[in-house]
Design a protein around this ligand. Sequence first.
Ligand SMILES: Nc1ncnc2c1ncn2[C@@H]1O[C@H](COP(=O)(O)OP(=O)(O)OP(=O)(O)O)[C@@H](O)[C@H]1O
Ligand SMILES: [Mg+2]
Length: 258
Amino acid sequence: MALLETKGLSMTFGGLRAVAGFDYILEEGELAGLIGPNGAGKTTVFNMISGLLAPTSGHIYYAGEEITRLPAHEVTKRGMARTFQNIRLFSQLTALENVMIAFHRHVKYGYARAFLHLNIGREEEEIRESAYRLLEEVGLAERAHQIAHNLPYGEQRRLEIARALATRPKLLLLDEPAAGMNIQETARLKTFIQEIHDRYNLTILVIEHDMSLVMGVCRRITVLDYGMKIAEGTPDEIRSNPRVIEAYLGEETADVAN
Ligand SMILES: Nc1ncnc2c1ncn2[C@@H]1O[C@H](COP(=O)(O)OP(=O)(O)OP(=O)(O)O)[C@@H](O)[C@H]1O
Ligand SMILES: [Mg+2]
């Protein structure tokens, strides 16, 4: 069954067609990739699907329901979570506090610390325990009381994913999770994505420039170029697709043929 479907999804910024008529189907349980050169429209697709941007035209269906133009918190409520290309954490709070806040979807960034102090009592204890358990599950329990900002980059990314998992999503959208990571961190991330996919029965769509990661974990890859889908297939099919190779020619960040 399709968990996510887009039909004719389009976004125009001023005169720029960032995404043009994107038709896409993501089956429940898939671990799929979305790639394309810089500026191809990948993040814009995520922004529309997750309710941060209202599409100029087209439709989005999630779990059998049309969600086009629903605000982000309504989309979250239906079981979708995402991470961002630029890490979004409460950098001055601990890893544990970051996850605790994620259990409450409506806390504004500026009020995070005040919220933690106000929300004392039994409910807070339960949230603290759940947050700690989640940190254990993602291998960050030892970091629970460290300030997010001081964690190694790879662990900040992992913490961001843990925050996304706190809402217990069915669908997880990851926007360039390996960005800025070194080779070892990327290799660990690859295993981690596979693990959470299996353990939580998650459907995952990942945007990534790191070809070792995307070709290594995704069974199916979709390629965007200038806002349009130019290819879709298995990693092997994508690697040898002439249109894809052409789109990536001159790109420094990725070498799709390797
Ligand atoms: N809010 C916005 N306002 C105006 N233009 C935008 C906005 N967001 C994205 N764009 C433009 O839309 C196009 C697609 O951008 P998008 O961020 O979706 O690309 P991307 O595929 O995620 O690229 P990258 O790999 O560099 O992250 C780009 O030309 C970008 O400059
Ligand atoms: Mg992007």
